[in-house]
Design a protein around this ligand. Structure first.
Ligand code: PLP
Length: 452
């Protein structure tokens, strides 16, 4: 009988994260201070993050040990299963072999607690009592709320307003873990008040919610800030997913030809592909293809220029070299809320710029269509973000059908969509539309790029 699930034993869970920085062929362009525009030093970031995370973000160690306490909590859901998508392959009638690593079995339902637990742990170690953050779709806010409960840390979440109302049960989930979640823009911060004055109906954006959370954190001694994506240390914490995937695929001698994932800030996908891209960087797997998938409504990698930009709307967060739609970007209210950030992880941008990875965009309707094909064959109802990766996976599998090639495709499956039923409902009722972000809006936003 053919195997469907590949499970690692608890004792085989990786004990260290993989840090790609020492393996990059050219060094990552430095992050800059938002006021001085000079390269950031550890002391600049100290009001925001615990020192251990700041050090991890610039470490030259290839492997960084995962603390025992973090591994203890990871064990609640890790190692996660790798599946062979036999039923999807059959539905597509493709010779491709599709594998997917499923992160939806974590308590909040996605990959996000791989870093929230680690971040809460280091904050606790350094005596932090309270952490602020932003959340788009609610996945990150839930994951940090869960981690706050694990370490008894107070959590405040600024949730992008449109998602706050689209997904009320995400808020309840955060509250169940003891967190305080409010819609952004909010009256609690200057950034929020300024925006509400300009536009009382502003639907919010990740960039704005970040401004609020950062402003709140720096205004209090007992508080730090946590970011759920984009930054080097976040991507590194997520590599536990790719390391587990690599271990299993090595055991069954199935190295991927193509790895596919969705990208918002880039953390889930980088977590999967970085341990593999190592083999492309060192020349052992030159033909490996890595496909980053984003929405046409927020086409950061496919339409944005590679430039230095602020990480947030108000210009309080560090400046990073990344593909960007401009930090003033207010995205249309499409349903893949986690894929609506104006920038992208600098590590992914650097690899794209150097030609080691690819990017493509997908339309909302075709992603839901793919998600439903996946649900009907594999059973799992996926997050709308993940549906973008499923779309590209199906497209690659159908290309294999045309060419007759039996490629190994590894899909980074970032989470379930159980809190996204309103989005599926809208899709099934024919109420969703495709939306392509207009070129003129990108051009206008780019006039605001910081001069560095
Ligand atoms: C299920 C899921 N996948 C993907 C993402 C995108 O984030 P990232 O690119 O950091 O993985 C999110 C963000 O909220 C998410 O909730």
């Amino acid at each position: 009988m053919e195997r469907v699930k590949y499970m690692l034993d608890e004792k085989d869970m990786p004990t260290a994260w993989y840090n790609v920085l020492p393996d990059l062929p050219e060094p990552l362009p430095p992050y800059l201070h938002p006021a001085t525009k000079k390269p950031l030093g550890p002391e600049d970031l100290a009001p925001l993050f615990p020192m251990e995370l700041i050090k991890q973000g610039v470490s030259t160690e290839r492997y960084i040990e995962i603390p025992e306490e973090v591994r203890d909590i990871y064990r609640l859901w890790r190692p996660t299963n790798m599946f062979r998508a036999w039923r999807l392959e059959k539905a597509l009638d493709t010779p491709a072999r599709i594998y997917y690593k499923y992160e939806g079995t974590s308590p909040p339902g996605s990959h996000k607690p791989n870093t929230s637990v680690a971040q809460a742990y280091y904050n606790k170690q350094e005596g932090v009592k309270r952490i602020t953050t932003e959340t788009g779709a609610g996945q990150w806010g839930s994951a940090l709320s869960f981690a706050g409960a694990c370490f008894n840390i107070e959590i405040k979440v600024y949730m992008v307003k449109v998602s706050y109302f689209q997904k009320p049960y995400r808020r309840v989930m955060m509250q169940t873990w003891g967190a305080n979640c409010i819609p952004s823009p909010s009256p609690d911060t200057k950034s929020g008040r300024d925006m509400l004055e300009k536009d009382p109906d502003c639907p919010g954006s990740l960039g704005l919610a970040i401004s609020e959370a950062v402003e709140d954190a720096v205004s209090r001694e007992d508080t730090k800030y946590a970011l759920g994506s984009v930054l080097n240390h976040v991507l590194m914490h997520q590599t536990i997913v790719g390391l587990e995937a690599k271990k299993v695929l090595e055991e069954i001698d199935a190295y991927p030809d193509i790895i596919v994932g969705c990208v918002g800030g880039g953390s889930n996908f980088a977590g999967v592909f970085l341990p593999f891209i190592k083999d492309k960087l060192d020349g052992t797997k030159p033909d490996l293809r890595v496909i980053n998938v984003e929405p046409y409504s927020c086409p950061t990698l496919t339409k944005g220029p590679y430039a230095y930009d602020f990480g947030d709307v108000a210009g309080l967060a560090p400046i990073a070299k990344m593909f960007t739609l401009g930090h003033g970007f207010i995205p249309p209210p499409v349903h893949a809320g986690g894929l609506r950030y104006h920038g992208m992880a600098p590590i992914i941008c650097h690899l794209l710029n150097l030609g080691f990875v690819e990017a493509r965009a997908a339309h909302q309707l075709e992603t839901f269509e793919a998600g439903i094909t996946f649900a009907k064959s594999e059973g799992i109802i996926s997050a709308p973000e993940t549906d973008h990766a499923i779309r590209a996976t199906i497209d690659e599998a159908l290309k294999c059908k045309e060419t007759g090639e039996a490629k190994n495709i590894l899909l980074a499956h970032s989470g379930h969509g159980h809190f996204d039923m309103a989005a599926y409902d809208a899709y099934l009722a024919g109420k969703l539309e495709d939306y392509e972000y207009p070129k003129e809006k990108i051009e206008a936003a780019l006039k605001e790029l910081p001069k560095v």
